[in-house]
Design a binder for this molecule. Structure first.
Ligand SMILES: N[C@@H](CCC(=O)N[C@@H](CS)C(=O)NCC(=O)O)C(=O)O
Length: 257
């Protein structure tokens, strides 16, 4: 494949961040020869408002992805827009649900939004609160521990512990004992859930013990042929976060060190 036919994933070098679900989906759909990482500095991104309209990364450039008979370029920012484009690019692959099923596509969307809510909470914990003991404890109470996933009126009155729709217990109940998030085969919802689980597990090891069905789901996704090849390839950035925090239980990674 000629270089300019490769889909470009523009992001910072060295960590997974918000580029990771798009990258997993690229691995699963076009494979490692069908895309390339383009490393961009935040300075360059902020200087190019046409390419980065929100002054943020990631960005996807897919020169053959426009469809509509004549091809056309898809050049888009916002992670949700990127993963939806990649998931529906080749409908027969089923990453947006069964081809033609609006019902499954809608359920995939619901999963993506549910994961996004927890992603935003993780962002605050990592970059604003920097995993301080107090903030970590509060976030685990609000988003991980079963007591706050009740969803009844009492929970609604819990003030700072109110999960506001962002809780691993909600995702666990939605998955139930199913193998995949939506329908009978993996979709981008499964990739988003796996990455979300890993991102939080970095500094919240109690997650796996608290929600074993989500831990088992993570292992199932990791065992998919495209994912196991990717995970073993060295192509996956080693670090989760841009600031080096929240990567594991090492206490030296706490704020202030
Ligand atoms: N809603 C956006 C958020 C993107 C975002 O937060 N990007 C971060 C990197 S993960 C960024 O560019 N941060 C630099 C900045 O906001 O100045 C998306 O989903 O793509």
């Amino acid at each position: 494949m000629a270089t300019d036919a490769k889909i470009e994933l523009h992001y910072f070098a060295g960590f997974r961040g918000r580029a990771e679900v798009p990258r997993m989906l690229l691995e699963a759909t076009v494979g490692p020869d069908g895309y390339r990482d383009v490393h961009v500095s935040i300075k360059d991104a902020k200087a190019d408002r046409a390419g980065y309209p929100f002054a943020q990364l990631p960005r996807l450039v897919d020169r053959a992805g426009g469809g509509g008979g004549g091809g056309g370029v898809v050049d888009v920012c916002q992670t949700g827009a990127i993963v939806r484009h990649l998931a529906r690019r080749d409908p027969a692959l089923g990453w947006y649900g069964r081809p033609g099923s609006l019902a499954e596509a809608a359920r995939v969307d619901a999963w993506l939004e549910g994961c996004e809510a927890l992603r935003i909470a993780h962002f605050a914990l990592n970059y604003t609160d920097r995993w301080s003991d107090a903030a970590t404890e509060a976030a685990l109470t609000r988003h991980v521990r079963p007591a706050t996933a009740v969803g009844d009126l009492e929970t609604e009155q819990m003030g700072p512990s109110k999960p506001r729709g962002a809780h691993f217990g909600y995702l666990d109940a939605l998955l139930g004992d199913a193998t995949w998030c939506v329908g009978g085969s993996p979709t981008v919802a499964d990739l988003a859930l796996m990455e979300l689980f890993e991102v939080w597990s970095g500094a919240a090891p109690e997650l796996a013990a608290t929600w074993p069905r989500l831990a088992a789901h993570r292992d199932r996704v990791a065992a998919l042929p495209a994912m196991s090849a990717y995970l073993a390839s060295g192509r996956r950035p080693a670090r989760i976060n841009g600031n080096g925090l929240g990567e594991g239980p090492d206490p030296s990674q706490k704020a202030g060190d």
